[in-house]
Design a protein around this ligand. Structure first.
Ligand SMILES: NC(=O)c1ccc[n+]([C@@H]2O[C@H](COP(=O)([O-])OP(=O)(O)OC[C@H]3O[C@@H](n4cnc5c(N)ncnc54)[C@H](O)[C@@H]3O)[C@@H](O)[C@H]2O)c1
Length: 262
């Protein structure tokens, strides 16, 4: 018996990293999954790898900036699966990493429109079907960047958007709690993958040293002295979208190896 038997989960952002791992874990736990992404290629790759016969998956193109695609995805889920039990919001725009002085306001607005308004568009579109299905869970993927400035202090727009998602988690847990919908936030710290690898390489190049040399001082700030991987973060998402956390809402869980301590 799986933790998600007979459950349906919408995952937005199923690219090569975290979203694919979340979809894999949902299928492993007996659930069905709607794979949503702006990229047809990301959806096709994840679908082909996880469920080539398409027995327990559905793909639906979602652009977080376009509310009509969020509504269409929920309609497709209703038509194919007839219910929705959880929504996992993985997709994000990291934007260019630069300082306020170097950033255009248009670029700032883009980051916020995708990361903040985009997640709200999906949650708003999903609320009725979650309610009709007996309540459910929303897991927002945030970042430690929302509370702790890092990466040369150049993640300003991204960090502000992730901080706003912590506030959204608080407010929506209050608003949607009455409908039996829990809202929580999983905030990774340094997560190994293409983004971190390329950041380490560029910091190493700038300092004319190796990626191991630049990794060392970062790892020293983490109690566990290790970077997270996608499975570590997907397991935290699993906690929030199953009954394991049935009395938990409005919380942010840092999956950061012990960087931020409360
Ligand atoms: N990589 C890290 O070190 C790190 C650290 C902290 C938090 N995070 C967060 O973890 C999450 C996953 O990161 P990842 O690097 O594994 O992601 P990823 O790049 O593997 O996947 C993100 C997916 O989002 C999709 N996407 C982008 N814009 C979209 C839009 N407008 N509409 C719909 N889909 C869109 C992309 O096509 C992609 O498939 C993000 O929310 C990110 O902010 C990552």
């Amino acid at each position: 018996m799986g933790l998600l038997d007979n459950k349906v989960v919408l995952v937005v952002g199923v690219g090569p990293g975290l979203g694919k791992e979340v979809a894999r874990i949902v299928l492993n736990e007996g659930g069905r999954v709607a794979l949503a992404d702006i990229s047809e290629e990301a959806m096709a790759d994840t679908h082909a790898e996880l469920d080539p016969n398409g027995e327990r998956t559905l793909t639906c193109r979602v652009d977080l900036q376009d509310e009509s695609t969020c509504l269409a995805a929920v309609d497709a889920i209703r038509n194919q699966f007839g219910r929705l039990d959880a929504v996992v919001l993985v997709a994000a725009f990291a934007g260019a990493f630069d300082l306020l002085a170097d950033r255009t306001i248009e670029n700032w607005k883009l980051t916020s429109d995708i990361n903040v308004a985009g997640n709200l568009r999906v949650i708003k579109a999903s609320t009725d079907l979650l309610t009709e299905s007996g309540g459910g869970a929303v897991a927002i993927v945030g970042s430690t960047a929302g509370v702790l400035p890092t990466a040369g202090y150049t993640q300003t727009a991204y960090g502000i958007s992730k901080a706003a998602l912590i506030a959204a988690t608080h407010y929506l847990s209050k608003e949607l709690g009455a409908r039996g919908i829990r809202v929580n936030n999983v905030a990774p710290g340094y997560k190994m993958g293409p983004a971190l690898q390329s950041a380490l390489e560029s910091w190493a190049e700038a300092a004319d040293t190796t990626t191991e040399a630049v990794s060392g001082p970062i790892l020293d700030t983490l109690s566990l002295h290790r970077f997270a991987n996608d499975v570590d973060v997907a397991n935290a998402v699993l906690f929030f979208i199953t009954d394991l956390s049935r009395n938990v809402t409005g919380q942010t869980l840092y999956v950061d190896g012990g960087m931020i301590l409360h």
